[in-house]
Design a binder for this molecule. Structure first.
Ligand SMILES: [Zn+2]
Length: 208
């Protein structure tokens, strides 16, 4: 129940922007966790599974990273992502960069040509603009526009992530809520490790 301690840890942050409210009866069809939404959210669509280890959420994070607005990885569509998660080949976005040709070619309905095309796309995605990487991380409240703005004002995505809320506000020109959301995301050691692994894989964190 790793996600529970992470949720309760989050709740202790008195000024945390992302407080959660739990749905009285609806649960995630995939993992059975009670749906939650940020306390200020009001739309039915805002109820989502809060379990970070839920396969449905993992698929969402992978799809977001691969989407045209983020790292733009052609071929990494919903069907492929579902296959990767089902086979345990991608437990987070950094693992995409360790996929092997033989593993991909062995997936149902795939072949060596598909595997090579995908590996080429993954290799190309390592040199995309820094703002795409920042947006692709899926930090709450950091949409593509805010990611672009922040990357114009910081020399590198990792410099921004480590800056702390005050400097993110003053140097980045974003709201306190956005800045705290970034600082909170990077305060999680799982996320810091993810950033390091992406850097080690050769993903570009520099900004223009
Ligand atoms: Zn779930």
């Amino acid at each position: 129940m790793k996600f529970l301690s992470r949720l309760f840890g989050a709740a202790r942050e008195a000024d945390l922007a992302d407080r959660l409210a739990f749905h009285p009866s609806e649960t995630c069809p995939e993992c059975g966790t009670k749906l939650a939404r940020q306390t200020e959210a009001r739309n039915a669509a805002d109820w989502r599974c809060p379990n970070l280890d839920c396969p449905a959420r993992l698929r969402e994070r992978l799809a977001h990273w691969c989407s045209a607005d983020a790292l733009n990885i052609a071929g990494a569509d919903a069907a492929l992502i579902a296959q990767l998660v089902k086979q345990g080949l991608a437990c987070d976005v950094a693992e995409l960069y360790s996929l092997k040709r033989s593993e991909l070619a062995a997936l149902p309905g795939r072949d060596k040509e598909f595997a090579q095309r995908l590996l080429d796309q993954l290799a190309a995605s390592k040199s995309r603009e820094g703002w795409r990487v920042l947006y692709g991380l899926g930090i709450p409240r950091v949409d593509a526009e805010i990611a672009r703005q922040l990357c114009q004002r910081f020399a590198a995505v990792d410099d921004l992530l480590a800056a702390g809320p005050d400097r993110i506000v003053s140097q980045g020109g974003v709201s306190d809520t956005v800045a705290r959301s970034i600082a909170f995301w990077y305060g999680d050691s799982v996320n810091r490790r993810l950033v390091r692994r992406l850097q080690k894989a050769g993903v570009n964190f520099k900004t223009p």
